[in-house]
Design a protein around this ligand. Structure first.
Ligand code: ADP
Length: 240
């Protein structure tokens, strides 16, 4: 499943919820993978860091190679959720060719959220560097300001969550990524449009699973597992 949408549309949150409910397989986020390389201080991380901080896209060859390697791992044999990939026409065509060699049929879920809500969501977003929990200063703040409820770590702001960089990320999305929706449709890939705001994250993931099941594209028996899902708050609540 390709989870598609602008930065801040909730792809990360939805990936985790969908994994627990109707989409088996790993959650693969190229943004997370690139940040791990930055953390490790290796050559790929050093090459990507300034681009990410400026809100620009990292080179196609770099992310294509990351995804190619990741998809060759055994836990991907039953399918996977792709978050933040593909973002360019080149990446999309490389991906479709790659997954056809594995015999997968892709499906796109497009999370639709308007730009002003995204800027508000991302500029108030704080992250726990230890467990990855996301908070929103306005609608879902930690109990103690600046501290993770779960492990007491000091919360951080992602360096690309400042307003000018958010606007550049949105600009890159409009220019390079949104046009992929037409490409997918032309290639016969089913695209599901799902409102990504105004409901709780669980309601949104339930809607996605219901639509996929109705189209015969998701497992019917997984609903029970959804009940064990992580409790998140409402959009307005925005744990992106
Ligand atoms: P968001 O979806 O909120 O922008 P991500 O964590 O997915 O957050 O991505 C953060 C940054 O990592 C992007 O702005 C871009 O610089 C880089 N990046 C992630 N995925 C890709 C990709 N598929 N192609 C190019 N750059 C990417």
């Amino acid at each position: 499943m390709i989870l598609f949408g602008p930065p801040g549309s909730g792809k990360g949150t939805q990936s985790k919820l969908l994994q627990q409910s109707c989409i088996p397989g790993p959650h693969i986020s190229t943004g997370d993978m690139l940040r791990q390389h930055i953390e490790a201080g290796d050559a790929m991380g050093r090459g990507a860091e300034h681009l990410i901080k400026a809100g620009k896209l990292v080179a196609d060859e770099t992310v294509n190679e990351l995804v190619k390697q990741r998809l060759s791992e055994p836990d991907c044999r039953g399918g996977m959720i792709l978050d933040g990939y593909p973002r360019t026409l080149n990446q999309a065509s490389v991906l479709l060719a790659l997954i056809s060699t594995y015999g997968f049929s892709p499906v796109v879920v497009h999370l639709v959220v308007d730009n002003e809500r995204i800027v508000a969501r991302l500029s108030g977003r704080r992250i726990c560097p230890v467990c990855g929990t996301l908070y929103s200063l306005k609608t879902n703040p930690p109990k103690v300001p600046g501290i993770c409820d779960l492990d007491g770590a000091k919360l951080v702001t992602r360096p690309d969550d400042s307003e000018p960089v958010i606007r550049e990320r949105l600009n890159q999305y409009e220019l390079q990524t949104r046009p992929l929706l037409d490409y997918f449709r032309r290639e016969g890939v089913p695209v599901f449009e799902i409102g990504g705001a105004g409901s709780t994250p669980e309601q949104i993931s339930n809607r996605i699973c219901d639509e996929l099941r109705a189209a015969g594209l998701a497992h019917a028996s997984a609903r029970k597992r959804a009940k064990r899902g992580v409790a998140l708050t409402s959009d307005a609540g925005v744990r992106n």
